[in-house]
Design a protein around this ligand. Structure first.
Ligand SMILES: Cc1cc2nc3c(=O)[nH]c(=O)nc-3n(C[C@H](O)[C@H](O)[C@H](O)COP(=O)(O)OP(=O)(O)OC[C@H]3O[C@@H](n4cnc5c(N)ncnc54)[C@H](O)[C@@H]3O)c2cc1C
Length: 567
């Protein structure tokens, strides 16, 4: 196990040491006992002077990480020439075949460049249901009005203005063009895929409702789930196959970047047989490796403990181990400051994400959240990341959290096989309780029954009395429902981690920038490998910026590599 001192890790110079630790296939980072710093080091540290010799300014809470451990590919070592079995040339090299990589590969191929896309896992895919875009042709044709200034402002506001305004503006400016290209690629596939408007609730609890949400129409029989992303990626990869200047290789992770002087000229990848191949890319390399939610060491080092320690996970890919982040840092890239933001939502049980028909727009949205004390603690309709943070606060204080809903709230969803299956599975695991009365369900779940009865009576009174917003947590009654009886449900509720969304800093062209803000020639990043866009948490109330920015900056990077003077 590699040891580095806490002091080393927190210094900028610690990054190289940290990479060494990550590269040990996920061996835990251990912090050596913090011996006092040498006198000459202390002299340059104003903080230790303020607090005195013995004070520890930087306590770190060591939290358990309950998430997955994916296969880390980054190698922080000199790979000898004798280990390189072959060298190949391409124009555009794309690392990672999620949505950002796929979109970039198609744009580069369409622009006539020779493209090679490397994917670590056995297939290229990512899971999601929608994305964000503005001023796309279909939106204009349908008269959908989106205020771009409001969209830019809300993204910046949600990041506390830590996002780079040029990057945010570039996303907004290019997302429509990218969406048109996306539809053109669907048309090329010829299977009838279509993008169209995603209808949103008219009221987002005081947060602006921006109409830039985009959904998909799948060809009949493709799937009955709503995780369109899996099928969209498959369709687009099929479109790629039609180009003779386009190639994807699976089970072939990039392990490090190659630099010649200041310029990134390619990457070294590991073939399925364990040999290495050097790929020279004359027009550029795109890091599209996603986040690091399946890398326990990075999560512990870069993310707030409460953002993961009580969560369940639902990213079926597990390829997201921060390889791109590490490869970029190794060649001098800058990254978002710490702690980095996570996409964590309130719609989960301790085992997984809750099936859409159970939470949206139904039971979990209409229900109330209480602790075992039977009392509410937040506005349940806040955007999921904020409701999720409120849940984490309660769990951190030793409470359990339950979503309480009834038959009227779950409505006809309960008749669907998918929703029924979720409820049955959760019941079998002890994550869902149902009964014919509030008292009984409270008893089954271990909630204070009298308090829950009082809470529900109080909640129902808001509707009877026509109160617009509840006086405690300011939840609107207009788009909610009172409890009407029948079967009552208590669902054990946690957050679910879907992705990390902090990464390498980029500019408006998706070029990775160094610590002085200068582009590293030849190197680009998109999606969750890239940064400059979020801070705090992922702002779920702004439509689909995650897939939106991955696809948009993939598109922008490819365009810049091929047409932007990068030859
Ligand atoms: C259940 C779920 C629902 C979601 N719903 C939405 C939604 O509706 N809208 C939205 O905007 N976002 C949504 N998200 C988030 C969204 O899925 C991600 O933010 C998005 O997929 C990021 O795209 P990406 O291209 O950056 O990376 P990814 O899609 O994660 O792809 C990265 C790829 O790179 C590969 N890779 C990693 N390292 C290497 C390497 N060294 N060499 C080669 N390949 C490598 C990985 O295996 C992976 O295939 C959802 C996420 C989940 C889990």
């Amino acid at each position: 196990m590699s040891k580095l001192s806490r002091r080393d890790f927190l210094k900028g110079a610690g990054v190289a040491g940290a990479m060494g630790a990550f590269a040990l296939g996920g061996a835990g980072i251990a912090f050596a006992d913090d011996a006092p710093a040498p006198a000459e080091e202390r002299a340059g540290n104003p903080y230790s002077k303020v607090l005195g010799e013995d004070a520890n300014m930087l306590p770190l809470r060591n939290a358990e990480f309950p998430g997955p451990h994916g296969p880390i590919a980054f190698e922080d070592r000199e790979i000898g020439e004798e280990e390189i079995a072959s060298t190949e040339d391409t124009e555009v090299l794309i690392i990672g075949a999620g949505i950002g990589g796929i979109m970039a590969s198609l744009k580069a191929a369409e622009e006539g460049a020779r493209v090679l896309m490397l994917e670590k896992m056995t297939e290229g895919r990512s899971s999601w249901e929608s994305f964000g875009a503005t001023q796309a042709t279909f939106q204009k044709e349908q008269g959908i009005e989106i205020d771009d200034a409001q969209l830019i402002d809300e993204i910046l506001r949600a990041s506390d203005w830590r996002a780079d305004p040029d990057v945010v503006t570039s996303y907004v400016k290019h997302s429509g063009e990218m969406a048109d290209f996306w539809q053109a690629m669907f048309d090329k596939g010829g299977h009838g895929w279509e993008i169209y408007k995603f209808d949103q609730a008219p009221n987002y609890n005081g947060f602006p409702v921006i109409d830039s949400y985009v959904n998909f129409r799948m060809p009949e029989g493709t799937s009955n789930t709503w995780l369109f992303g899996l099928y969209v990626c498959k369709e687009l990869l099929g479109v790629g196959e039609a180009y003779d200047n386009w190639e994807v290789r699976y089970s072939t992770p990039a392990v490090q970047l190659v630099k010649d002087g200041d310029r990134v000229t390619g990457a070294i990848a590991k073939n399925p047989d364990g040999t290495y191949v050097r790929v020279n890319a004359s027009k550029g390399v795109l890091l599209a490796t996603g986040g690091y939610d399946a890398n326990p060491d990075m999560m512990k080092a870069w993310v707030r403990p409460e953002d993961y320690e009580y969560s369940s996970w639902w990213n079926p890919s597990w390829g997201t181990t921060g390889d791109g982040h590490m490869m970029g840092l190794k060649v001098g890239a800058d990254m978002d400051s710490l702690p980095q933001p996570v996409m964590n939502f309130s719609n989960a049980t301790p085992s997984t994400f809750v099936e859409k028909r159970v939470y949206f727009p139904g039971a979990m949205n209409f229900g109330i959240m209480v602790t075992e004390e039977g009392k509410r603690f937040t506005n349940e309709n806040n955007p999921r990341q904020y409701a999720g943070n409120a849940i984490n606060l309660k769990i951190r204080q030793g409470h359990s959290v339950f979503t309480i809903f009834d038959e009227g709230m779950i409505g006809s969803a309960v008749e669907s096989d998918a929703a029924k299956g979720q409820l049955d599975r959760d019941e079998a695991k002890g994550h869902l309780f149902r009964a014919g009365s509030i008292g009984e369900v409270a008893q089954l779940a271990g909630i204070d029954a009298a308090a829950l009865e009082a809470t529900i009576a109080e909640y129902n009174a808001l509707f009877e009395d026509g109160v617009e917003r509840d006086p405690e947590y300011y939840r609107y009654t207009g788009n909610n429902k009172p409890f009407t009886g029948g079967t009552y449900y208590a669902m054990v509720t946690t957050n679910v981690v879907l992705a990390t969304v902090g990464g390498l800093t980029i500019n408006a062209n998706a070029q990775v920038v160094d610590t002085s803000g200068n582009p590293i020639p030849g190197l680009y990043a998109t999606g969750n490998a890239s940064g400059s866009f979020y801070s705090g948490n992922y702002p779920r109330h702004i439509p689909g910026t995650s897939v939106g920015r991955a696809a948009t900056f993939g598109y922008v990077a490819a365009d810049h590599m091929v047409n932007g003077g990068q030859a």
